[in-house]
Design a protein around this ligand. Structure first.
Ligand SMILES: C[S@@+](CC[C@H](N)C(=O)[O-])C[C@H]1O[C@@H](n2cnc3c(N)ncnc32)[C@H](O)[C@@H]1O
Length: 260
């Protein structure tokens, strides 16, 4: 009998984090050993080393809180019919794709990604599919290549447009708006946006370096952007430490275009 594979949705930013922590600790040690007789350099060396250790500890805490062996539980976010077609943008190894497929037993979830491995080691459609099969939803998901900001899908072809931990990666409001307007384009009237992101709030510090933290958005900034893109009825929820926005495309594409 073959052993059932345990799904794992990947450790975000692992290589980058290991590199940064190693650089800080090595630099701190070198500065202390070579120049530590001067008090200023001694303090700098200690500061660099302590920063590296703190970064490593917060990363380990964030990994345990994220629990990357579990898909997102989205069951309470919407009154699902179970037959919807959903698009998961920047799906990575399928944490949200699988979560959606579980609540759509007669639907289809398409996960798309540019399959960056710097941010998500081992990122690939094959590995994402292995996770889906291990979770028993392989028959209703598919994984494709595609860029969030210019989607290859027809207008009004999905009921749900979802994304987790990916919109924060798009540089600046213009790129985020571009992706949200693509959401408006490919969603059917009455379709839903589901956006899951780390927010600029105290728990966000667990998931971002102090510098990156200031690039995160607050809840109200996200709500403003989602409204500007043309969505209405925004409902805010929490999934663990993440903020989750569910919004509705209330009208046909033409009506939305006229109102924005
Ligand atoms: C932090 S991972 C999150 C993966 C997954 N959504 C999750 O929650 O586990 C970000 C993902 O977004 C993908 N990504 C980044 N920019 C993208 C873009 N412009 N279009 C599609 N995918 C993108 C990366 O390749 C990566 O898989």
């Amino acid at each position: 009998m073959s052993k059932r594979m345990t799904p794992h949705y990947g450790n975000y930013g692992q290589n980058w984090m290991i590199g940064t922590v190693a650089c800080l600790i090595v630099a701190g040690t070198v500065v202390t050993l070579l120049l530590g007789t001067w008090i200023g350099f001694a303090l700098l060396g200690v500061f660099l080393t302590v920063s590296g250790v703190c970064l490593l500890l917060t990363y380990l805490v964030s990994l345990s809180r994220l629990d990357q062996r579990r898909a997102f539980d989205v069951s309470k976010l919407l009154p699902f019919r179970g037959t919807e077609s959903a698009l998961d943008l920047g799906c990575g190894l399928g944490k949200l794709t699988v979560g959606l497929a579980r609540v759509l037993p007669h639907g289809l979830v398409t996960g798309i990604d540019i399959w960056e491995t710097a941010e998500l080691p081992g990122n690939s459609p094959e590995r994402a599919m292995r996770n889906a099969v291990a979770e028993g939803v392989g028959d209703r998901v598919r994984f494709e290549s595609g860029d969030i900001t210019s989607l290859q899908y027809d207008d009004e072809s999905f009921d749900i447009f979802a994304g987790a931990n990916v919109f924060n990666n798009l540089r600046g409001d213009e790129m985020k708006l571009k992706a949200l307007r693509e959401a408006i384009r490919v969603l059917r009237a009455g379709g839903h946006l589901m956006l899951i992101e780390v927010l600029r709030e105290p728990t966000g510090l667990l998931y971002a370096t102090p510098l990156y933290y200031w690039m995160l958005k607050t809840r109200s900034q996200w709500e403003e952007l989602i409204t500007r893109a043309g969505f209405s009825h925004i409902v805010f929820n929490r999934l663990g430490d993440m903020g989750c926005f569910v919004a509705t495309k209330g009208a046909s594409l033409q009506d939305v275009a006229e109102s924005t």
